[in-house]
Design a protein around this ligand. Structure first.
Ligand SMILES: Cc1cc2nc3c(=O)[nH]c(=O)nc-3n(C[C@H](O)[C@H](O)[C@H](O)COP(=O)(O)O)c2cc1C
Ligand code: SF4
Length: 484
């Protein structure tokens, strides 16, 4: 994974902790309206894929245990991991693309309600993603995947059939071959083929604006049926909707090019979702404050997009940054590219080896600008900030300075799911601090059950269930024994 060249090491800086009275009077533990809902506090566990679902995308006991564990720490809200809206196989990622997924999701909602005594609001993140293939062997790519055209044939010369042209390409020195392949073909060879929203010659891509509003709306309808409090539309990172918003989207059908066109599908998806679920159900989105890639959308774009989406009626906007394929590292042969391995991936989940800016709060400046743009337009939509937030003092300052309305903490909540509860009860000194070593992220990258380095080997001898598939790690954090 990418690390900034400056390689400056940072340790967590938790700052001071409040006593219970000060916590009760704090901004962090004050309620906030999110569309039709109230969150009891401004604390938020953002979406994190834990690689727990069954191979065909159903909720199982491990998924329930994972979310119930966060719920026992009583955050204001939890967002369930990116959940696929299509009814297509996607490995152990949660799915919501058919009614058969609803009973499992209902059990999940019930478990979170029970574990938090009804305090924690539960959202589910709805995602669509395009096809991506593993990086092929060179000869396999040339023999099977390369779509031959006259350019390749002319470069080889002679009157050869296609099989012979392919063999000639296989035998060719690399440098010569690269001179023949297009940039896109070279990319498919080096990284694996990846669909783009601008592949208009592909009917399933050209059709996205026709199909996605309904797919998202159906998924949101199922989330409502399952009892969730709302949905978070995934308009961030490397996935379909963020690719529509991207400045790199050059579709020529009115859904690419200028900002007005790029935001069109996200607005149409939102409108269809809202029509389906009504106004008593929260609908928000996750957006990129900055794509953090060359030629990508920046903070000015995000200010404009957020304003348009808030004006349309989004109930919250959660801001992330980066996490793109465009600058991802080359995967090994047989593996797929992963959008969190390059510099933009670093921006998304900054770790303790960093640059002068450091890993804590890198997205706060952009969050503040985006929130200010909303307020200037008379839009009260709450903004959720994330990115290295791990202390009470930091959270209070963010809220006091108007950089955000809600404090999201993904890795800190994984390191200690009780941390909000500990702070609230005046026991902040007992918080297990995330060290931002990104061990969890490394597991995510390898599609392994995500756990935290700080607790996954603790007391495993005592466990009869709840262990990882190799039996070496516990799947949820040990209980906090001092909880009142
Ligand atoms: C293991 C793991 C899985 C994640 N999965 C998702 C996801 O499903 N959807 C999403 O929008 N972000 C995902 N993220 C990103 C987090 O929501 C969050 O934006 C990021 O970790 C930065 O916040 P933090 O510094 O509080 O951890 C994931 C992060 C981690 C560590
Ligand atoms: S493994 Fe634990 S300590 Fe390390 S970054 Fe993840 S949550 Fe933090």
């Amino acid at each position: 994974m990418y690390k900034p060249p400056a390689r400056i090491h940072y340790s967590p800086r938790s700052g001071s902790w409040p006593d219970a009275d000060a916590a009760a009077e704090s901004r962090l533990f004050s309620p906030v309206a999110v569309g039709p809902l109230w969150l009891a506090s401004r604390t938020w566990v953002p979406a994190m894929v834990p690689w727990r679902a069954t191979g065909d995308g159903f909720v199982n006991q491990d998924v329930i245990d994972w979310y119930a564990r966060f719920a026992r720490g009583r955050p204001g809200a939890i967002v369930v991991e990116a959940t696929g809206i299509r009814d297509v196989p996607s490995g152990p990622l949660l799915r919501i693309g058919d009614d058969r997924f609803v009973p499992g999701l209902t059990r999940l909602v019930d478990a979170v309600r029970a574990a938090s005594d009804g305090e924690t609001r539960l959202f589910i993140q709805l995602i669509d993603f395009l096809a991506i293939r593993r990086r092929p062997q060179r000869d396999v790519f040339l023999r099977r995947f390369l779509v031959l055209d006259d350019r390749h044939r002319a470069a080889i010369g002679g009157d050869l059939d296609d099989a012979a042209v392919r063999e000639a390409l296989v035998a060719m020195p690399d440098e010569e071959l690269r001179g023949i392949l297009t940039a896109r073909e070279r990319e498919s060879l080096d990284l694996g083929f990846r669909e783009r929203v601008s592949d208009m010659e592909q009917p399933q891509i050209a059709d996205l604006p026709t199909r996605l509003p309904r797919l998202f709306a159906d998924a949101a309808g199922r989330a409502q049926l399952a009892g969730f409090d709302g949905v978070e539309l995934h308009y961030a990172h490397a996935y379909t909707m963020a690719s529509f918003l991207s400045a790199l989207n050059d579709r020529g059908d009115g859904y690419g090019g200028v900002r007005e066109n790029r935001v069109r599908l996200p607005l149409e998806v939102y409108a269809e979702v809202r029509r389906r679920v009504g106004t008593d159900f929260a609908v928000g989105c996750r957006l990129l404050a900055d794509e953090c890639i060359e030629g990508g959308s920046g903070v000015d774009d995000a200010m404009w997009f957020a304003t348009e989406l808030a004006r349309a009626g989004m109930d919250f906007i959660s801001l992330s940054r980066g996490g793109k394929f465009e600058d991802a590292m080359q995967p090994r042969v047989g593996e797929a590219a992963y959008p969190y391995t390059g510099p933009s991936g670093y921006e998304c989940m900054p770790q303790h080896i960093s640059d002068a800016q450091g890993p804590f709060g890198r997205n706060l400046g952009p969050c503040a600008r985006i929130r200010a743009a909303l307020r200037e337009n008379g839009l009260p939509t709450p903004i959720v900030a994330v990115g290295g937030i791990h202390g009470f003092a930091m959270a209070e300052r963010i809220l006091a300075d108007g950089q955000a309305d809600i404090i999201g903490a993904a890795r800190q909540s994984l390191a200690d799911p009780d941390w909000f509860l500990k702070i609230r009860s005046g026991k902040g000194a007992a918080v297990r601090q995330c060290t931002f070593n990104n061990y969890c992220e490394g597991l995510d990258q390898r599609h392994k059950q995500v756990t935290c380095k700080l607790w996954d080997r603790l007391d495993i001898g005592e466990l009869t269930r709840g262990l990882s598939s190799d039996g070496r790690r516990r799947l949820t954090a040990p209980e906090w024994l001092d909880a009142e």
